[in-house]
Design a protein around this ligand. Structure first.
Ligand SMILES: Cc1cc2nc3c(=O)[nH]c(=O)nc-3n(C[C@H](O)[C@H](O)[C@H](O)COP(=O)(O)OP(=O)(O)OC[C@H]3O[C@@H](n4cnc5c(N)ncnc54)[C@H](O)[C@@H]3O)c2cc1C
Length: 460
């Protein structure tokens, strides 16, 4: 329970109009995309790095747990308040501190919306490659904490690959700077890479120096229909074995295709389509046709039903809007989505999806699979009714079996969503005890009293 003294100290540091402990505000900040709610004791809205440092020192002095929060679009409970904690919302830290096209970098505060960074970069012929499906509203601080990615990761990599340096505040209020503003630098330990993906458990990230790339002049999109999941995923494996790297290689199974039908994006699929790939190539205008020809060659094989190309810009947008709406669209199937974000080696994808189908059939469950197949990253969604105890138990068994299979295939439990509260009970299956102990020791160095995002990432 937040003491009056701590509350008064927060008010004096931030101003009374940016410290809220009323019921309505606490209710709004009680959840992220996961179906759980925990009301925080208060919500703080700092507007600068200095204010974040001040509030962290107050929290340290009064031993108040802090839950950092961007837009709350995370789907693993990362921004779900720990009981008795105070939410630190970065929504008011939206300044672009520097845009330096000559050196292809931008320095932003943690609350800047991801798509805004890309928009600014494009004004100078550059772009910011990480493109999570939520980029229109998620914030860069959340992306950094979760090492977010998106369809373009198959060619351009993930958030971590675009972070040159960070400014942050540790759990005991120390202000740190990591990295540099050049694209090379090996001075000291790489704390930037450590903080990215740490899920808000090591430091409150306040500012980021991000690397930008020249924007590709031309993009072409293919929509490829297959008769089965195996046919589509064997094609993914072939694509990833040849020289042309697509800038997107997305997979949808039959249920995912059904989920986007209301958008019209699946209106003219080849008859008998049971799996779909979305494939994109980018680069110099004169080179894209060569890339597309090579990709079509790799995509051809058993079970190919049709390739649609030559999309107009608004058709491409419609296709991507449909793909990006999937995360919410599948909720029409059942009220609760047990959402996995697993990764397996690309060559194992077809066998893995066969295993999922077999498991779903055996446990009589509706399972929807789609995702970033070029990285072997699948969003496996077990759609269930929480008031059906028998179905929930079957889902638990299926979920466990799927995760064990991922690890047996040499995969990993999370590709981009992170661990948060929802996946932490599985972490010990992938990371051995000595390694987890070392991670806990690192956490203590940054956050000696365990005040930053408690109850996240580590298993009990
Ligand atoms: C429709 C939809 C599509 C999505 N598509 C993708 C996708 O393609 N790829 C992908 O990677 N994810 C995707 N996501 C998940 C989510 O959008 C990402 O995890 C995103 O990075 C979260 O950003 P946020 O601002 O909403 O962060 P939040 O959800 O608010 O927080 C996420 C985590 O970051 C921590 N955090 C936030 N700000 C800070 C800070 N300044 N310092 C330290 N810690 C901080 C929080 O404590 C929490 O642990 C999707 C979600 C939805 C709803």
């Amino acid at each position: 329970m937040l003491s009056d003294r701590a509350l008064a100290a927060f008010r004096s540091a931030l101003g009374a109009d940016r410290v809220f402990d009323d019921a309505a505000t606490r209710a709004v900040y009680a959840c992220d995309e996961t179906p759980r709610r925990v009301e925080p004791d208060a919500v703080l809205f700092p507007t600068s790095h200095d204010e974040v440092a001040a509030l962290a020192r107050i929290a340290h002095e009064h031993r108040v747990a802090l839950t950092p929060r961007g837009a709350g679009s995370g789907n693993v409970g990362g921004a779900l308040p720990a009981p008795g904690s105070v939410v630190v919302s970065f929504e008011c830290m939206r300044r672009v501190l520097e845009f330096d096209p000559a050196n292809r970098l931008i320095i932003v505060e943690a609350g800047v919306v991801t798509a805004e960074i890309d928009r600014i970069a494009r004004s100078a012929g550059l772009f910011y490659p990480p493109d999570p499906g939520s980029s229109a509203y998620c914030r860069i601080g959340g992306n950094l904490a979760m090492n977010a990615a998106g369809p373009r990761a198959v060619k351009y990599g993930v958030t971590r690959d675009y972070v040159l340096g960070l400014r942050a505040v540790t759990g005991d209020g120390r202000e740190i700077r990591t990295g540099c503003r050049t694209t090379k630098g090996v001075t000291g330990y790489d704390l930037t890479r450590l903080l990215v993906g740490s899920g808000g458990t090591l430091a409150l990230i306040t500012e980021a120096t991000l690397k930008l790339l020249p924007a590709p002049a031309s993009v072409a999109t293919l929509r490829v229909c297959y008769a089965s999941n195996r046919a589509a995923l064997d094609a993914v494996s072939r694509v990833m074995q040849q020289a042309v790297l697509p800038c997107a290689l997305e997979f949808m199974d039959q249920r995912a295709i059904d989920a986007i039908r209301p958008t019209g994006a699946a209106d003219d699929l080849s008859p008998g389509t049971r799996a779909l790939l979305m494939v994109e190539a980018d680069g110099a205008a004169e080179d894209v046709p060569r890339q597309i020809a090579a990709l079509k060659q790799a995509l051809a094989g058993d079970g190919l039903l049709g390739i649609k190309s030559g999309f107009e810009r608004d058709e491409i947008t419609r296709l991507w809007t449909a793909r990006k709406s999937l995360s919410h669209a599948v909720k029409r199937i059942a009220p609760l989505k047990i959402n996995e974000d697993v990764v397996v080696p690309v060559s194992q994808l077809a066998d893995f999806v066969d295993f999922i189908d077999h498991t779903a059939h055996a446990q009589q469950l509706a399972v929807v699979s789609f995702g970033h197949a070029g990285n072997g990253n699948l969003h496996v969604n077990l759609m269930v009714h929480p008031d059906d105890a028998d179905e929930m138990e079957r889902a638990r068994l299926a979920h466990d079996a799927i995760l064990l299979r991922v690890l047996a295939l040499g995969g990993t439990l999370s590709g981009e969503h992170g661990i948060g509260t929802e996946k932490r009970r599985f972490v010990g299956r992938e990371i051995d005890s000595p390694t987890l102990d070392l991670m806990r020791a690192i956490k203590l160095q940054f956050d000696p009293h365990g005040l930053l995002n408690p109850g996240k990432l580590f298993p009990d």
